[in-house]
Design a protein around this ligand. Structure first.
Ligand SMILES: Nc1ncnc2c1ncn2[C@@H]1O[C@H](COP(=O)(O)OP(=O)(O)O)[C@@H](O)[C@H]1O
Ligand SMILES: [Mg+2]
Length: 242
């Protein structure tokens, strides 16, 4: 049985002062296999973003472990957590968070430049991805000169350009109209299918979630459907959801 790429074990997270603490995650468990595209559904305030922040090493749990390829990143020192964030993960958020003063190409190159990759090499890696995502005409434009759908596609290009092992997407279609939401979702689905990109996706849409390989529901601080029934999925051959 292959080791899941990600395992969350007995995660706890609370917010607020001791007098009025809100227990958001209460012993949450999750296992994600390589090549899966897992949808997380749940009401507003259920703790979905909190979970993604913990998995993304943006915040730490109060208790519990987050094993990425078997290593506990929750307990790791800050330097190791930063390396994990930059090297192993890609992030897509509800809002694109593109930098307004840079072009689409420069925005998408940013994670590679931050990693110290030389400009020419970063460009050579990113330009084909933008082309593949239908963004060739947008490369030289600033975010304000792009539509909402294009902005989010640039944000997706930026997330995948460094070749992350795990993509974390927090309501990536939540700020888009129906048509653009559909297009952005299709893009993520396509990346998952063609590249075997392991994806953990928070969405409000039952309809979109149904097209992922698995649905987990967040309720009362834990997840139902949190354990995969699939093992040993070779990358690039993830089953096509119906
Ligand atoms: N940094 C924080 N400080 C205080 N409360 C927080 C913080 N982050 C989240 N919360 C609270 O935790 C709960 C879950 O939030 P969140 O994870 O954002 O939910 P979801 O993404 O499912 O809508 C909410 O009640 C929210 O107010
Ligand atoms: Mg949220």
């Amino acid at each position: 049985m292959a080791e899941p790429i990600l395992r969350c074990l007995d995660l706890h997270k609370s917010f607020g002062p001791p007098s009025g603490r809100v227990e958001v995650l209460r012993g949450l468990e999750l296992a994600v296999e390589r090549g899966e595209m897992v949808a997380i559904l749940g009401e507003s305030g259920a703790g979905k973003t909190t979970l993604l922040h913990l998995v993304g090493a943006i915040d730490r749990p109060d208790a519990g472990s987050i094993l990425f390829k078997g290593r506990d990143v929750a307990a790791a020192p800050p330097g190791e957590r930063a390396a994990y964030r930059n090297r192993d993960l890609g992030f897509v958020f509800q809002f694109h968070h593109l930098l307004p003063e840079f072009t689409a190409l420069e925005n998408a190159m940013m994670p590679l430049l931050i990693r110290g990759e030389e400009r020419g090499r970063a460009r050579a890696r990113v330009a084909p991805i933008l082309e593949e995502l239908g963004l060739a005409p947008c490369m030289g434009r600033r975010p304000s000169e792009l539509s909402g759908g294009e902005q989010q596609r640039v944000a997706i290009a930026r997330a995948i350009a460094p070749g992350p092992a795990l993509l974390l997407a927090d309501e990536p279609t939540g700020n888009l109209d129906e048509r653009n939401a559909q297009a952005a979702f299709e893009l993520l689905l396509d990346l998952h299918r063609r590249r075997g990109l392991t994806t953990l996706l928070v969405t409000h849409s039952e309809r979109l979630a149904a097209r992922c390989t698995r649905i987990c529901r967040m309720e009362h601080g834990s997840l139902t459907g949190s354990t995969s029934t699939r093992y040993n999925i070779p990358s690039g051959t993830a089953p096509v959801p119906h």
